[in-house]
Design a protein around this ligand. Sequence first.
Ligand code: FAD
Ligand code: NAD
Length: 405
Amino acid sequence: MGKPQIVILGAGYGGMITTVRLTKDLSAEEADITLVNKHNYHYQTTWLHEAAAGTIHHDRTRMLIKNVINNKRINFVQDSVRSVDRENKKVILKNGELDYDYLVLALGFESNTFGIKGLEEYAFAIRSVNTARRIREHIEYKFASYNNDPDAKESDLTIVVGGAGLSGIEFIGELVDRVPELCKEYDIDPAKVKIIDVEGLPIVLPPFERDLAEYAQKYLEDKGVVFRLGTFIKEATPDGVLVQKKDAEEMEEIKAGTVVWTGGVKANHIVADSGFATNRGKIQVNKDLRAPDDDHVFAVGDVAVFFPKEGERPYPPTAQIAVQEGETAAKNLTHLIKGEDTEPFVYKQRGTVASLGDKEGIGVVFDKKLKGKPAATMKKIIDDRYLLELGGVGLMLKKGKLKLL
Ligand code: FAD
Ligand code: NAD
């Protein structure tokens, strides 16, 4: 019998950490490891709102995979995964097939539009380097055309954000830094620019304690952001959005040149399409992160859902969890290959921080509440910590944020 073939699908947080850890834990004699990703680069999804607003260049969010992994140990395949043929233990790619003994599913998230009319066609979503780049270019185009295009309207300078969860609020935090620069660059009166957030719930940032969420809301309102709370986006159109206040009968139109949907995420559709047992599209993994219906398959990150205890809420889809699941999946693969028992996933909750642009933020870290600059600095420390784990001091110094403080 040959060496076990481990195939990892997706080079996001979960897939990269699984790969890097496996190279350290298993020798070349013990297993062959293949990593598949549709691009030749890994990106920091947690920085995409910055690239989308244009406060950082999109190249800062990404790095070539070959520069991070051990190329002597890892067979990197740049291709698009189409499906998994579990019966024959094969992965079907756009340009071929791969056999596996053990599979790690780490294909990440997709934007969830909940079937709302027009969102796919007329709204942007912050999903990948390319979608973030498109948003930045679109906003810049709207500003650049305003004084040159005779048909330009003031509503072309309105940006509507759907949802006031962490993605929506962090994106708006970047926009309030960026819009004054754009106004200066394109000779636009800042009073003409509107940033409107539409959120179905009566509050912003539901995961946070109210004093922190209200701090964030007030900070953004003081910068001119308008919150339409208790109001749902019902449709996106070429001219903006149709919204409806809770209990109102009428819909209202908000005209906007840009609509960015941050109303929710779901697991990559490939998981459910490949016939895995799913809970709302995600694999409800066992304690050791294996699929309940397939002992040879692990799922990590946003394609997995982990319930700490029966009856409790599952962990939310975050990079923090994807990284820790990647560490456990790598350990458990090593255990299986060495003929040992697997270990349960134990999540170490270190806290949550939301940035509000470069210098502001809110958060809770090890049960301590942070507001303002300390929160913004903590967010950068968290970002850099990941780079350190992924690629050591060299990667942290090259790509990290703290050196810019
Ligand atoms: P992903 O990071 O989505 O990676 C999936 C990988 O699979 C990608 O490289 C993708 O290109 C690849 N892929 C997808 N489909 C295919 C295919 N068919 N074939 C081949 N490759 C494929 N979480 C936090 O903890 N902290 C934060 O500060 C934070 N900020 C965020 C900010 C924004 C704007 C967003 C949108 C999310 C944020 N999150 C944050 C959530 C976090 O980004 C996700 O939970 C995390 O990215 C999930 O990691 P993952 O490894 O499961 O998948
Ligand atoms: P989310 O699901 O957390 O928030 C979506 C928001 O959109 C909710 O408040 C919801 O009420 C609202 N919404 C849904 N439908 C709507 C409609 N029709 N009209 C108006 N509002 C509507 O999604 P997200 O913010 O993209 O976050 C996804 C995951 O990524 C979460 O687990 C989050 O914790 C994580 N994340 C973490 C960070 C961080 O740690 N700094 C940053 C971004 C995202």
